[in-house]
Design a protein around this ligand. Structure first.
Ligand SMILES: [Zn+2]
Length: 442
């Protein structure tokens, strides 16, 4: 079935995504002879190597069983090799369902270090993922696995929360450094390391067939190179990896999210567009850093052209350019944003109380937030909503207003990360309201 390839060709060539491109159906499609893809919450790309299968990524712990079931229906052959494109939970968490076949697990040498970090910061990762992915349905009752803290909206980890990285996750048996090559059945497979979304990425290349498995170097969204809650990403190296792929002239591209792509020229055009967007952002930010500009000036100046962001594989529906700008600042600078008062700031609540006193009360600040929202100045509105909330941490009326501001803000945003964080802000305030007035049934 070449349905997915026809679909991606039509979408790329027309420039319009008239249907979803990031699908998680857990259905398997045969892409070429002996090559299939299960579309899931991270796909699994599978190659039939004769007496065994090679799977690229294991999907998430919640989808791994369905992915393995789909593979079994395609081929009963055991999965003898499992390649991790990187160690994110949605790519490795399902490996526990691959374990029965005792595959050789291949991954970059930083995957094991990532797993150890996930154990060290397990609850933190549960909390930030609850925020990141908690803003899409609009359901404020989505469980975050947290309880409300004392006297405010601080969150404490739920001791019963599950582990961020599932206990049965397979660790790599064969660790790859910069480069490795294996012969598996009739195939030669190359493993190339590069940093990009993570520091443990591998992209794989079949030189004879001209197949490239990109992992998350292509996600059919604006590159996830600026995630506000997560560790450093590497946009320059990301772009360089895309250029290294182009140089190998792949004719079939299998990503870990989004649609597969056929055609040397089409693949090169897509990879070049993504690389160029990242290179331009880095160039613009670093030029301003070299000119001594502050982060404040840079984030409000550097933009990605609208026609770039309109491309079906560069839409800012997950991450967004403004966050990548901050990531570049962090990569080459420090955490300080250049405003002297924020080097060693007053506590937020102390500053907010002083401003509320000057203004005539927290309710005045909230009204200013609502006015700004009405004027369409959503950024200013959120500053005043936060100041009002900090000045009156236990006031249900203030917090009902703050929740409303953030729910409106969420609607104005395109990226999952912004929607998630703003929905979480609304949930924080809703906790204060519920504590005083009893839970709503919303
Ligand atoms: Zn991913």
């Amino acid at each position: 079935m070449a349905d997915l390839l026809e679909l991606s060709a039509r979408i790329i060539d027309s420039g319009h995504a008239d249907q979803p491109v990031n699908r998680t159906t857990n259905e398997l499609s045969e892409i070429a002879d002996g090559l299939a893809m299960v579309e899931s919450f991270s796909h699994s790309v599978v190659v039939d190597a004769g007496d065994g299968l090679i799977a690229f990524d294991a999907s998430h712990v919640r989808t791994g069983q369905a992915v393995v079931d789909a593979i079994r229906q395609w081929r009963p052959t055991p999965i003898r090799h499992l390649v991790y494109t990187h160690g994110h939970a949605d790519h490795v968490g399902g490996s526990t369902f691959f374990a029965a076949d005792h595959p050789v697990v291949i991954g970059h040498e930083n995957v094991a270090k990532r797993f150890d970090r996930y154990t060290f910061t397990s609850n933190w990762n549960l909390l930030i993922n609850a925020r990141q992915f908690g803003g899409i349905s609009g359901d404020l009752n989505l469980s975050m696995g947290v309880g409300n803290g004392e006297g405010g909206v601080a969150m404490t980890p739920n001791p019963n929360a599950r582990r961020f990285l599932p206990a049965g996750t397979l660790r790599p048996d064969r660790e790859v450094g910069l480069f490795d090559r294996m012969h598996i059945g009739p195939y030669e497979v190359e493993f190339h390391h590069a940093r990009g979304e993570t520091d443990d990425h591998l992209w794989s290349f079949f030189p004879e067939q001209k197949w490239v498995m990109t992992g998350d170097f292509l996600i059919w969204n604006f590159p996830n190179a600026g995630n506000p809650q997560k560790v450093q990403r590497y946009p320059i190296e990301w772009a360089a990896a895309l250029r290294a792929m182009i140089a190998r002239e792949p004719e079939l591209l299998l990503p870990a999210h989004g649609l597969p792509i056929a055609g040397k020229e089409r693949i090169a055009r897509v990879l070049d567009d993504v690389a160029t967007a990242l290179e331009q952002l880095v160039a613009d930010v670093v030029a301003m850093m070299n000119a001594g500009e502050t982060l404040d000036t840079i984030i409000h100046t550097v933009k990605v052209p609208a026609d770039t962001l309109a491309k079906p594989y560069l839409r800012p529906l997950y991450d967004e350019p403004e966050f990548v700008v901050r990531g570049i600042w962090r990569q080459f600078g420090g955490w300080w944003d250049g405003a002297a008062s924020r080097l060693k700031p007053s506590p937020d609540a102390h500053l907010a109380s002083a401003i509320a006193e000057l203004a005539g009360g927290a309710d005045v600040l909230l009204r200013r937030a609502e006015q700004a929202m009405g004027d369409g100045d959503v950024r200013l509105a959120c500053h005043f909503a936060d100041l009002a909330g900090w000045a009156a941490p236990d006031d249900p009326t203030i917090h009902a207003g703050r929740a409303a501001v953030y729910l409106q803000r969420r609607k104005t945003e395109s990226s999952l990360m912004s929607k998630g964080i703003f929905a979480a802000a609304a949930r924080e305030s809703q906790v204060v309201v519920d504590r005083t007035t009893g839970p709503s049934d919303s």
